[in-house]
Design a protein around this ligand. Structure first.
Ligand code: 13P
Ligand code: SF4
Length: 304
Protein backbone atom coordinates (compact mmCIF):
# COMPACT_ATOMS: atom_id res chain seq x y z
CA UNK A 1 0.00 0.00 0.00
CA UNK A 2 0.96 3.63 -0.38
CA UNK A 3 1.03 4.00 3.37
CA UNK A 4 3.49 1.16 3.75
CA UNK A 5 5.77 2.60 1.08
CA UNK A 6 5.62 6.01 2.78
CA UNK A 7 6.46 4.46 6.10
CA UNK A 8 9.48 2.72 4.57
CA UNK A 9 10.64 6.01 3.05
CA UNK A 10 10.21 7.79 6.38
CA UNK A 11 12.18 5.05 8.17
CA UNK A 12 15.05 5.47 5.71
CA UNK A 13 15.02 9.23 6.21
CA UNK A 14 14.91 9.08 10.01
CA UNK A 15 17.66 6.48 10.03
CA UNK A 16 19.96 8.87 8.22
CA UNK A 17 19.00 11.89 10.34
CA UNK A 18 19.62 10.06 13.62
CA UNK A 19 22.59 7.98 12.46
CA UNK A 20 20.60 4.90 13.42
CA UNK A 21 20.97 1.23 12.51
CA UNK A 22 18.22 -1.35 12.57
CA UNK A 23 19.22 -4.82 13.66
CA UNK A 24 16.91 -7.83 13.63
CA UNK A 25 17.05 -11.35 15.01
CA UNK A 26 16.53 -14.30 12.65
CA UNK A 27 13.11 -14.93 14.29
CA UNK A 28 11.65 -11.56 13.34
CA UNK A 29 8.79 -11.17 10.84
CA UNK A 30 9.92 -11.39 7.19
CA UNK A 31 9.23 -7.71 6.51
CA UNK A 32 11.19 -6.63 9.58
CA UNK A 33 14.17 -8.76 8.49
CA UNK A 34 13.96 -7.14 5.05
CA UNK A 35 14.04 -3.70 6.56
CA UNK A 36 16.99 -4.32 8.87
CA UNK A 37 20.62 -3.38 8.19
CA UNK A 38 21.84 -6.52 9.91
CA UNK A 39 20.01 -9.80 10.58
CA UNK A 40 21.60 -12.50 12.67
CA UNK A 41 21.78 -14.75 15.70
CA UNK A 42 22.29 -13.46 19.23
CA UNK A 43 26.07 -13.72 18.96
CA UNK A 44 26.46 -11.87 15.67
CA UNK A 45 24.06 -9.14 16.76
CA UNK A 46 25.88 -8.58 20.05
CA UNK A 47 29.22 -8.48 18.25
CA UNK A 48 27.80 -6.01 15.76
CA UNK A 49 26.38 -3.76 18.48
CA UNK A 50 29.77 -3.71 20.19
CA UNK A 51 31.43 -2.50 16.99
CA UNK A 52 29.01 -0.16 15.18
CA UNK A 53 29.53 3.60 15.37
CA UNK A 54 25.85 4.43 14.99
CA UNK A 55 24.31 6.72 17.61
CA UNK A 56 21.03 4.83 17.77
CA UNK A 57 20.40 1.09 17.61
CA UNK A 58 16.83 -0.03 16.91
CA UNK A 59 16.77 -3.61 18.17
CA UNK A 60 14.10 -5.78 16.55
CA UNK A 61 14.12 -8.72 18.89
CA UNK A 62 13.33 -9.26 22.55
CA UNK A 63 14.18 -7.33 25.70
CA UNK A 64 17.35 -9.17 26.79
CA UNK A 65 18.88 -8.62 23.34
CA UNK A 66 18.33 -4.86 23.48
CA UNK A 67 19.76 -4.87 27.01
CA UNK A 68 22.86 -6.70 25.79
CA UNK A 69 23.29 -4.07 23.07
CA UNK A 70 23.02 -1.33 25.71
CA UNK A 71 25.57 -3.06 27.99
CA UNK A 72 28.04 -3.28 25.11
CA UNK A 73 27.42 0.29 23.94
CA UNK A 74 26.22 2.33 26.92
CA UNK A 75 26.88 5.60 25.08
CA UNK A 76 24.36 4.69 22.37
CA UNK A 77 20.62 5.07 22.45
CA UNK A 78 19.17 1.57 22.22
CA UNK A 79 15.52 1.28 21.28
CA UNK A 80 13.28 -1.78 21.65
CA UNK A 81 10.27 -1.01 19.41
CA UNK A 82 7.84 -3.20 21.40
CA UNK A 83 8.34 -2.83 25.12
CA UNK A 84 6.43 -6.05 25.90
CA UNK A 85 8.62 -8.21 23.68
CA UNK A 86 10.23 -10.29 26.40
CA UNK A 87 11.67 -13.79 26.64
CA UNK A 88 9.84 -16.15 29.03
CA UNK A 89 13.01 -18.22 29.42
CA UNK A 90 15.03 -15.16 30.49
CA UNK A 91 12.33 -14.47 33.10
CA UNK A 92 12.88 -17.94 34.61
CA UNK A 93 15.93 -16.69 36.50
CA UNK A 94 16.06 -13.60 38.71
CA UNK A 95 19.20 -12.13 40.29
CA UNK A 96 17.81 -12.92 43.77
CA UNK A 97 17.21 -16.60 42.96
CA UNK A 98 20.63 -16.87 41.33
CA UNK A 99 22.38 -15.35 44.36
CA UNK A 100 20.71 -18.05 46.51
CA UNK A 101 21.71 -20.84 44.12
CA UNK A 102 25.32 -19.62 44.00
CA UNK A 103 25.53 -20.24 47.75
CA UNK A 104 25.00 -23.96 47.07
CA UNK A 105 27.97 -24.06 44.67
CA UNK A 106 30.46 -21.54 46.01
CA UNK A 107 33.29 -22.92 43.85
CA UNK A 108 31.44 -23.03 40.57
CA UNK A 109 32.04 -20.66 37.66
CA UNK A 110 28.69 -19.11 36.81
CA UNK A 111 27.82 -19.12 33.11
CA UNK A 112 24.69 -17.43 31.81
CA UNK A 113 23.02 -17.90 28.48
CA UNK A 114 22.64 -14.53 26.74
CA UNK A 115 18.87 -15.08 27.22
CA UNK A 116 19.02 -13.46 30.69
CA UNK A 117 18.36 -9.98 32.06
CA UNK A 118 21.21 -7.51 32.55
CA UNK A 119 20.75 -7.90 36.32
CA UNK A 120 21.31 -11.66 36.04
CA UNK A 121 24.35 -11.16 33.78
CA UNK A 122 25.75 -8.90 36.48
CA UNK A 123 25.77 -11.90 38.86
CA UNK A 124 27.64 -14.16 36.41
CA UNK A 125 31.24 -14.77 35.37
CA UNK A 126 30.82 -15.51 31.66
CA UNK A 127 28.01 -15.23 29.19
CA UNK A 128 27.42 -17.46 26.16
CA UNK A 129 25.08 -17.81 23.21
CA UNK A 130 23.83 -20.97 21.53
CA UNK A 131 26.59 -20.58 18.93
CA UNK A 132 29.51 -20.58 21.36
CA UNK A 133 28.25 -22.28 24.56
CA UNK A 134 30.40 -25.38 24.06
CA UNK A 135 33.55 -23.34 23.35
CA UNK A 136 32.91 -20.92 26.20
CA UNK A 137 32.48 -23.71 28.73
CA UNK A 138 35.44 -25.66 27.36
CA UNK A 139 37.60 -22.55 27.74
CA UNK A 140 36.87 -22.25 31.47
CA UNK A 141 39.71 -23.73 33.58
CA UNK A 142 37.32 -24.58 36.44
CA UNK A 143 35.57 -27.94 36.00
CA UNK A 144 32.56 -27.01 38.11
CA UNK A 145 29.99 -24.84 36.34
CA UNK A 146 26.62 -23.39 37.29
CA UNK A 147 24.68 -22.78 34.07
CA UNK A 148 21.53 -20.63 33.85
CA UNK A 149 18.76 -20.69 32.76
CA UNK A 150 18.34 -23.14 29.83
CA UNK A 151 18.45 -26.75 31.02
CA UNK A 152 18.22 -27.97 27.41
CA UNK A 153 21.22 -26.00 26.15
CA UNK A 154 22.99 -26.87 29.44
CA UNK A 155 22.39 -30.61 28.96
CA UNK A 156 23.57 -30.37 25.37
CA UNK A 157 26.81 -28.67 26.46
CA UNK A 158 27.26 -31.19 29.28
CA UNK A 159 27.20 -33.98 26.69
CA UNK A 160 29.82 -32.26 24.54
CA UNK A 161 32.05 -31.37 27.50
CA UNK A 162 31.79 -34.49 29.70
CA UNK A 163 34.80 -33.63 31.87
CA UNK A 164 32.93 -30.75 33.53
CA UNK A 165 30.36 -30.95 36.29
CA UNK A 166 27.55 -28.66 35.09
CA UNK A 167 24.78 -27.76 37.55
CA UNK A 168 21.63 -26.95 35.60
CA UNK A 169 18.81 -24.50 36.27
CA UNK A 170 15.20 -25.46 35.63
CA UNK A 171 14.61 -23.02 32.76
CA UNK A 172 13.63 -23.63 29.16
CA UNK A 173 12.19 -21.96 26.08
CA UNK A 174 8.46 -22.59 25.93
CA UNK A 175 8.57 -22.62 22.13
CA UNK A 176 11.43 -25.11 21.64
CA UNK A 177 10.62 -27.25 24.70
CA UNK A 178 7.22 -28.14 23.23
CA UNK A 179 8.81 -30.25 20.48
CA UNK A 180 9.08 -33.95 21.35
CA UNK A 181 10.92 -36.97 19.93
CA UNK A 182 7.62 -38.27 18.58
CA UNK A 183 7.14 -35.00 16.66
CA UNK A 184 10.51 -35.62 15.02
CA UNK A 185 9.61 -39.22 14.21
CA UNK A 186 6.28 -38.19 12.75
CA UNK A 187 7.86 -35.49 10.58
CA UNK A 188 10.59 -37.88 9.43
CA UNK A 189 7.87 -40.39 8.54
CA UNK A 190 6.35 -37.83 6.18
CA UNK A 191 9.70 -36.52 4.83
CA UNK A 192 12.09 -39.45 5.21
CA UNK A 193 14.78 -37.91 3.04
CA UNK A 194 14.94 -34.58 4.91
CA UNK A 195 17.77 -33.68 7.29
CA UNK A 196 16.72 -32.47 10.74
CA UNK A 197 18.37 -29.19 11.79
CA UNK A 198 17.68 -28.32 15.43
CA UNK A 199 18.37 -25.50 17.87
CA UNK A 200 19.98 -26.56 21.18
CA UNK A 201 17.03 -25.06 23.09
CA UNK A 202 15.17 -28.25 22.05
CA UNK A 203 14.96 -31.22 24.43
CA UNK A 204 17.77 -33.82 24.41
CA UNK A 205 15.42 -36.44 22.93
CA UNK A 206 14.96 -34.12 19.94
CA UNK A 207 18.65 -33.24 19.60
CA UNK A 208 19.54 -36.94 19.63
CA UNK A 209 17.43 -37.39 16.50
CA UNK A 210 18.83 -34.32 14.74
CA UNK A 211 21.40 -34.36 11.94
CA UNK A 212 22.75 -30.97 12.94
CA UNK A 213 22.48 -28.86 16.10
CA UNK A 214 23.35 -25.16 16.09
CA UNK A 215 22.36 -21.55 16.62
CA UNK A 216 20.05 -19.89 14.11
CA UNK A 217 23.03 -18.53 12.14
CA UNK A 218 24.76 -21.91 12.22
CA UNK A 219 21.61 -23.61 10.91
CA UNK A 220 21.44 -21.06 8.07
CA UNK A 221 25.10 -21.66 7.23
CA UNK A 222 24.74 -25.44 7.39
CA UNK A 223 21.74 -25.49 5.05
CA UNK A 224 23.53 -23.26 2.55
CA UNK A 225 26.61 -25.51 2.40
CA UNK A 226 24.76 -28.82 2.49
CA UNK A 227 24.39 -30.85 -0.69
CA UNK A 228 21.05 -32.09 0.65
CA UNK A 229 17.90 -30.45 -0.68
CA UNK A 230 15.24 -31.13 1.99
CA UNK A 231 15.29 -30.05 5.60
CA UNK A 232 13.09 -30.28 8.67
CA UNK A 233 13.67 -27.21 10.81
CA UNK A 234 13.43 -27.50 14.60
CA UNK A 235 13.62 -23.86 15.58
CA UNK A 236 11.43 -20.76 15.39
CA UNK A 237 9.61 -20.23 12.05
CA UNK A 238 11.16 -16.78 11.38
CA UNK A 239 14.34 -18.54 10.26
CA UNK A 240 12.51 -19.90 7.19
CA UNK A 241 12.72 -16.47 5.56
CA UNK A 242 16.52 -16.47 5.28
CA UNK A 243 16.69 -20.21 4.57
CA UNK A 244 14.34 -19.92 1.59
CA UNK A 245 15.94 -16.71 0.36
CA UNK A 246 19.42 -18.27 0.40
CA UNK A 247 18.35 -21.60 -1.11
CA UNK A 248 15.59 -21.21 -3.70
CA UNK A 249 16.12 -24.78 -4.92
CA UNK A 250 15.93 -26.44 -1.50
CA UNK A 251 12.81 -27.26 0.49
CA UNK A 252 12.35 -26.39 4.17
CA UNK A 253 9.60 -27.73 6.43
CA UNK A 254 8.94 -26.43 9.91
CA UNK A 255 9.14 -29.50 12.17
CA UNK A 256 5.91 -28.57 14.02
CA UNK A 257 3.44 -25.75 13.60
CA UNK A 258 4.04 -24.79 17.24
CA UNK A 259 7.49 -23.40 16.52
CA UNK A 260 6.44 -19.77 16.88
CA UNK A 261 7.76 -17.31 19.47
CA UNK A 262 4.91 -14.82 20.03
CA UNK A 263 7.29 -12.28 21.52
CA UNK A 264 9.46 -12.26 18.41
CA UNK A 265 6.35 -11.59 16.34
CA UNK A 266 5.32 -8.41 18.18
CA UNK A 267 7.62 -6.09 16.23
CA UNK A 268 6.21 -4.82 12.91
CA UNK A 269 7.38 -2.27 10.35
CA UNK A 270 5.03 0.17 12.05
CA UNK A 271 6.68 -0.46 15.43
CA UNK A 272 10.07 0.33 13.87
CA UNK A 273 8.64 3.51 12.37
CA UNK A 274 7.24 4.57 15.75
CA UNK A 275 10.46 3.65 17.51
CA UNK A 276 12.44 6.05 15.32
CA UNK A 277 9.75 8.70 15.25
CA UNK A 278 9.20 8.85 19.02
CA UNK A 279 12.51 7.50 20.30
CA UNK A 280 10.83 4.60 21.98
CA UNK A 281 11.32 2.46 23.93
CA UNK A 282 14.66 3.47 25.26
CA UNK A 283 16.60 0.86 27.25
CA UNK A 284 17.94 2.39 30.43
CA UNK A 285 20.18 0.47 32.79
CA UNK A 286 21.83 1.21 36.08
CA UNK A 287 25.53 2.07 35.62
CA UNK A 288 26.65 -0.49 38.15
CA UNK A 289 24.61 -3.24 36.42
CA UNK A 290 26.15 -2.24 33.08
CA UNK A 291 29.66 -2.41 34.50
CA UNK A 292 29.16 -5.82 36.11
CA UNK A 293 27.13 -7.36 33.26
CA UNK A 294 29.69 -6.12 30.77
CA UNK A 295 32.37 -8.27 32.41
CA UNK A 296 30.48 -11.44 31.51
CA UNK A 297 29.75 -10.29 27.96
CA UNK A 298 33.37 -9.19 27.42
CA UNK A 299 34.59 -12.53 28.77
CA UNK A 300 32.40 -14.23 26.17
CA UNK A 301 33.60 -12.02 23.30
CA UNK A 302 37.23 -12.87 24.19
CA UNK A 303 36.65 -16.63 23.69
CA UNK A 304 37.82 -17.78 20.27
P1 13P B 1 20.30 -17.71 18.50
O1 13P B 1 19.86 -16.84 17.38
O2 13P B 1 21.50 -17.15 19.15
O3 13P B 1 20.49 -19.12 18.05
O4 13P B 1 19.19 -17.68 19.63
C1 13P B 1 17.94 -18.24 19.55
C2 13P B 1 16.98 -17.70 20.52
O5 13P B 1 16.10 -18.36 20.99
C3 13P B 1 17.06 -16.34 20.89
O6 13P B 1 16.13 -16.13 21.83
FE1 SF4 C 1 12.98 -16.66 24.34
FE2 SF4 C 1 12.37 -18.96 23.16
FE3 SF4 C 1 11.46 -16.72 22.15
FE4 SF4 C 1 14.06 -17.30 21.99
S1 SF4 C 1 12.38 -18.40 21.02
S2 SF4 C 1 13.17 -15.34 22.57
S3 SF4 C 1 14.35 -18.36 23.93
S4 SF4 C 1 10.95 -17.57 24.17
Amino acid sequence: TENFAEMMEEIKKMKKERNAVIVAHNYQLDEVQELADVVGDSFRLSQYCASTDADVVVFCGVHFMAESAKILSPEKTVLLPEIDAGCPMADMVTPEALIEEKKKYPNATVVCYINTSAAVKAECDVCCTSSNAVNVIRSIPNDEILFVPDKNLGSYVAKQVPDKKIHLWDGYCITHHRVSASDVQKAKGIHPDALVLAHPECRQEVLELADFVGSTAQIIEYAKKSSHDKFLIATEMGILHQLRKDNPDKTFYLLTQGLVCPNMKKTTVESVYNALKHGRYEIKLDEDIIRRARRSLDAMLRVR
